[in-house]
Design a protein around this ligand. Structure first.
Ligand code: BG6
Length: 516
């Protein structure tokens, strides 16, 4: 039956809006890799937004650190440029904001660099009368994490007691946290020699996205969905992170990494955890992270007999995205021409617990696909019996609840409804909530949330050590299998909306992916 999709607008009422936000207390932010791409594209614009929203304290400064030799003034020009690139121009408080940026240059393995940082921090703490929290942000290639944290420890910047007035020291690190189970464990052991787990904020930027944060509110602030959220009503769950971009300028990293490490080990598994975990005891960091870890522990390990049946990998060949022609992955600059790196991966996960027994979770992610789309689709079971079968109307689609994480953030529930007119005529109907329209705002950048949470000491949206290890443990057998057996890469044309090996993974179980 041809489905007619209707939009049903949602509304909020002013008195229904309940908000809680904690502004940051006095803080100094020491950014390593301060002139790098991540800092300029994400950190400085996000910090400015927090400042504009009056969520930054009157006492704060940023000390940029890096190899490039820059004066404070030149660094401020760079920060200004990064704000302009983010569309923020000479806005409110610009001068005051930029005046709080300072710079120190040096080599990452030179102890004297860190001694200078310590001295500069002492001067700036006095200038801003700071007696609160210091955050070290490693916006660096991961191979430098151990060097920098070790040096911070050596000059006693990692340890609160030794820093005099500063009471709280925190460390922000970006993924990847290792490249496999062993290296992740080594990195973790190292970080814990220098910092306590309560000081470590591991960023998975997906957790800062508004629509991902909404999963917990949606599930645990509404009474109508939770009773359905189990094997009795749900047939399966699909999670997709599709990108239209290729490897871009990151081939050096990506060719060593691939989709399983780059997207699956972190973003996809974190999304599974949020969709499938039990209700946490409280909306509080460790309660939530306990439940996520428990869920990850319940995922059935991949064994060599299951891997070829339940995990597929692909690599993009030449093709077109929109009207633009693109080369295949192996022809991209700096990619090994015989590379076996997967740019696409899909897998079926089985969760061995009471709630999810026999409910498969299908996950897929890839680059150079038809479009950018991140979504979670909960596919409910078919109705147990159709009383419309006698009228020949029993082929309708099961209900689907779709969280569109990005772009065009929204929530959609598909239903069957009677069309006016004929005695019996059914239409697929879609209840739609369009976030941007409804809340009349652009979705805030994930880094705003993550920076503010780190400044206020809330680790809820940061990945804890146990989750990281559990995720690596889960996928390590896949790497081992690929190392010992031929990695069967299915080649897909750039711009495709359907990767054949992933389609087969679902089709053999009588299911279909949503269309990209
Ligand atoms: C990063 C990956 O973690 O996420 C990139 O390393 C990927 O390869 C990016 O492109 C996608 O993030 P977003 O927010 O654009 O979906």
């Amino acid at each position: 039956m041809g489905a007619i999709m209707k939009r049903v607008e949602a509304t909020t009422e002013k008195q229904d809006i309940l908000c809680a936000e904690t502004p940051a207390g006095p803080v100094s932010l020491v950014v390593f890799g301060a002139s790098g791409d991540l800092a300029c594209r994400k950190l400085y614009p996000s910090l400015y937004e927090l400042y504009r929203r009056e969520l930054m304290p009157s006492g704060f400064y940023v000390l940029g650190c890096g190899r490039s030799e820059l004066s404070d003034d030149r660094f401020r020009d760079m920060v200004e440029e990064s704000l302009e690139n983010a569309g923020i121009e000479n806005a409110q408080g610009f001068h005051d904001f930029l005046g709080r940026f300072y710079y120190e240059s040096g080599h990452y393995n030179d102890t004297a660099f860190y001694t200078r940082i310590r001295e500069k921090c002492i001067v700036l703490d006095n200038l801003y009368n700071l007696d609160g929290c210091r955050i070290f942000y490693l916006s660096l290639p991961p191979f430098l994490y151990t060097t920098v944290t070790e040096k911070l420890r050596e000059v006693q910047l990692a340890c609160p007691a030794a820093t005099g007035r500063m009471q709280t020291i925190r460390l922000i690190v970006e993924k990847p946290f290792g490249t496999d189970l062993r290296t992740a464990k080594d990195l973790d052991d190292h970080l814990h020699r220098c910092f306590d787990e309560s000081q470590i904020y591991r960023i998975d930027h997906y957790l800062g996205k508004e629509t991902i944060q909404n999963l917990m509110v949606f599930r645990f602030a509404n009474s109508i969905f939770e009773p359905l959220w189990n094997r009795t009503f749900i047939d399966h769950v699909q999670i997709t992170i599709a990108e239209s971009v290729g490897v871009e300028h990151r081939a050096g990293y990506y060719d060593q990494s691939g989709a399983l490490r780059d997207m699956f080990q972190n973003h996809l598994l974190q999304m599974v955890a949020l969709v499938a975990m039990e209700p946490p005891a409280a909306f509080e960091a460790d309660s939530v992270r306990d439940e996520k870890a428990k869920l990850l522990r319940s995922i059935r390990p991949f064994t060599p007999d299951r891997i070829p049946l339940e995990v597929v990998a692909g690599q993009y060949g030449p093709g077109t995205v929109g009207s633009q022609q693109y080369p295949g992955y192996r022809d991209e600059a700096e990619v090994n021409p015989s590379s076996q790196t997967e740019t696409f991966v899909a897998a079926k996960l089985t969760v061995d617990n009471w709630r999810w027994k026999d409910v498969p979770f299908y996950l897929r992610t890839g680059k150079r696909l038809a479009r950018k789309l991140t979504e979670i689709v909960i596919v409910f079971k078919h109705i147990p019996h159709s009383m419309f079968a006698n009228a020949g109307l029993d082929e309708f689609e099961p209900n689907r609840l779709r969280f569109q994480i990005q772009p065009d953030e929204g929530i959609y529930l598909s239903l069957q409804a009677k069309r006016p007119g004929s005695k019996l005529c059914m239409s697929g109907l879609k209840l739609a909530v369009d976030y941007q329209k409804l809340f009349e705002m652009k979705m805030p950048e994930a880094y705003q949330r993550l920076l503010l949470d780190c400044m206020t000491g809330d680790q809820m949206l940061f990945t804890r050590q146990d989750s990281i290890m559990l995720s690596w443990q889960l996928i390590q057998p896949i790497f081992d299998y690929w190392a010992e057996n031929h990695k069967n890469l299915c080649v897909y044309p750039a711009g495709t909306s359907c990767v054949s090996c992933a389609e087969e993974l679902m089709e053999k179980e009588g299911r279909k992916w949503t269309i990209l």
